[in-house]
Design a protein around this ligand. Sequence first.
Ligand code: PMP
Length: 425
Amino acid sequence: SQTNESLMQRRVAAVPRGVGQIHPIFADHASNSRVVDVEGREFIDFAGGIAVLNTGHLHPKIVKAVEAQLHKLTHTCFQVLAYEPYVELCEKINARVPGDFAKKTLLVTTGSEAVENAVKIARAATGRAGVIAFTGAYHGRTMMTLGLTGKVAPYSAGMGLMPGGIFRALYPCALHGISVDESTASIERIFKNDAEPRDIAAIIIEPVQGEGGFNVAPKEFMVRLRALCDQHGIVLIADEVQTGAGRTGTFFAMEQMGVVADLTTFAKSVGGGFPIAGVCGRAELMDAIAPGGLGGTYAGNPLSCAAALAVLEIFEEERLLERCRHVAAKLTAGLEAIQARHPRIAEVRGLGAMVAIELFEDAEHTRPAAELTAQVVARARDKGLILLSCGTYYNVLRVLVPLTVEDEVLERGLAIIEACFDELS
Ligand code: PMP
């Protein structure tokens, strides 16, 4: 039978090293918040395929919806022959995305593609080309989104300069000394030093940074961003690819930010494990691009639409937002209890069930502890828990466990994290 080691050898020979792998494990099958590898070992999944499985692995209602669609049709290309699930999903997303105005939605396949298209739409609607993005941002690995992504190594290192017209502002982060005032000033500085506001099409921001370390944008900052955008006719894009689909306690994180974005990108958990993403926004902006300028062969694939419609139903039927707040409270309390005994944990932070801890070498929290973070990830895996790290300094441990996780599994996961810290200190 197969072993992880033999499969890893084949992987190394057949797949380029640029496709990294956090855990040397090959999954065989999974259910809700548990994954079984090819050697029959079971793991608790606190990674959720990087924020894709808010409804867990193989939710029975998603399986059923996709099976039903599988027997009708799997592909026509929506631009050739349309099908209802695409339209129904857009209607439901239009109703879900915050903003008291007429909306339209474009469906694509990946989060990167959603961000690419949001920028295209903002450019077409404003007749401007510039985009402001933030330090520590992650928006994808395609060329434009790679330019927007605010971390060179490992994402764009060795690939030469990224597309022009992108300006970088400071994401507010109290722990690392970036106040809301400083962050706002960094945008004003761009307007003074680099480009006039009338050349800026959009400002793109993650309401909570995902790969950047689960940094939460203070509400006050979002209010200021909105005011700046209104003042200068700039499109505000909220990248909710990681924060969306209920992770933060509301279906979209912007619901908690006091202001609304003009365009919202979504992906990941909206599809419950099937590839779907999109851009939703003000109808007049969404219509700025002429027929033929948007779309893609597989964009809004029928199977993925069926899965996404099931995800939305599950949120209603199983009251998953309430469940999210329960998981959030348990996670936060559990991690705070660990922090109380381990001073190298500087912060337990996040929004809703998007929770992380940041680790330092010293109790004064001056030197980020990338190595300790990697050690906790490896040790937790050896104890049967799949964790992910993130952060500009590789020193943040994040939890993206399914919101459908059983209490007992959640508690076991937290106990493993605690044991790792006890053993490593
Ligand atoms: N935006 C954000 C906020 C993300 O977290 C990600 C993925 N980590 C992306 C965009 C890119 O999505 P994808 O990997 O589906 O292209």
